[in-house]
Design a protein around this ligand. Sequence first.
Ligand SMILES: [Zn+2]
Length: 442
Amino acid sequence: MKRLLSITLLLLLTLAAHADKVKVRLYSNVTIKTLNISFDLGNYNLYADNDQLLEDQIGEGRSVLIRPEGKMLHVSVNETDYGTFANVRLEATDTACILCLNPESGKQRTYEGDLDISLLKSGSLLIVNNVEFETYLAGVVQSEIYGKKSDIFRIQAIISRTWALRNMGKHQADGYNFCDQVHCQAYLNRCIRPDIMMGAIQSSGETLVDEFGALIETPFHSNSGGETANSEDVWRAALPYLRSVADTFSLGMKQSDWVKTISQDRWLSYFAKTHKIDIHDSANLDTLLHFTQEHRCVRLLGIPLTRIRVDWQLRSTFFSIEVDSAAGNVILHGHGYGHGVGLSQEGTIRMVELGIPYDSILRHYYTGAVLHQDPYANRNYVEQYVDQIARIIEEDKNKKTQTRSKKDDWLGRLFRLRDREEREEIYIEEEQDNEKDWEYDW
Ligand SMILES: [Zn+2]
């Protein structure tokens, strides 16, 4: 009976662990008043007030302008003025349709799938992308990690998919699944890189589960500094798969080390005033000026290092202190970037470069986790074109600039084969937004 129950439970968990479409709020950190939408690929039907069709087959060369008017949205398409409505929807007429969003504040971005627009009480537009789950994931991977090898993207896709499936209800009260910021997962554009799409496709249906088949928490950070942290040292719960592990792969990477200089007076008075530490006690003083961490510590004089990290906006809690008496400063020598729990992205990049298999890398960072393949996985529609994507990646490696003749090719347009430099610009820009400190409530 018990066995039957656990099999049923496992089956339920497995069946629940995939999704078709997700609703993602775009530009969720910006106030958008006016939005201009143009069309890069395919045609869209424009609806207002739920089912009222305003115009069908809107495509390249046309643009939809939406702006608030009183408590309603004013809609026009090129020179045609349609009046005001409570909500607007742009529905893709085909699987591959691309919208280009140009808000009056905020950067231009492109997305696939449908768009729902309404007005928030604040007067800002609420823009929600209703998109295929795997298409969303590829966009997340592009926004969350850098690198050149497809296994890097495969790994990021697995942990991002696991997180998303576990957190589908995160913004339920707001009427959508996720925001597009690191509060959920960054989704700053649709995926325009064939190599990232390939990594995401290779990971289709793969998630990380615990020994009972339940999806695990998959926190990640930029760089562990050489040692990851236990979950309970950063948040509350001690999770068996989020254990501190030695991580030499993170050493010698971009975010491995940091230095911060603080005036000694400010440093000491912070502990005296904020934490009521007696700084005239010689033992306390010695600790505050000469604290060292060979391995990750959790507290300094009883104060959580996570609190000190937030108060001083440090890159990590993994630091040691040195005094510069001549200048009257303390110098913090730190390792890593981020909370340190779970997967180190730069450690992952290094491990992939060393040829370590992707499943071993995941097991290195998530102790005892099991890689699960969902046989019912909803795959990305571009998966049918894997061979052609492989060809594009190969051509991409060999050419500095894409030929414009590709413009009419369907896949070429999907990956927006613009100048290579232009693509790398989007990529580098997103790389900077790489700090992951999700606020976990466990
Ligand atoms: Zn969010």
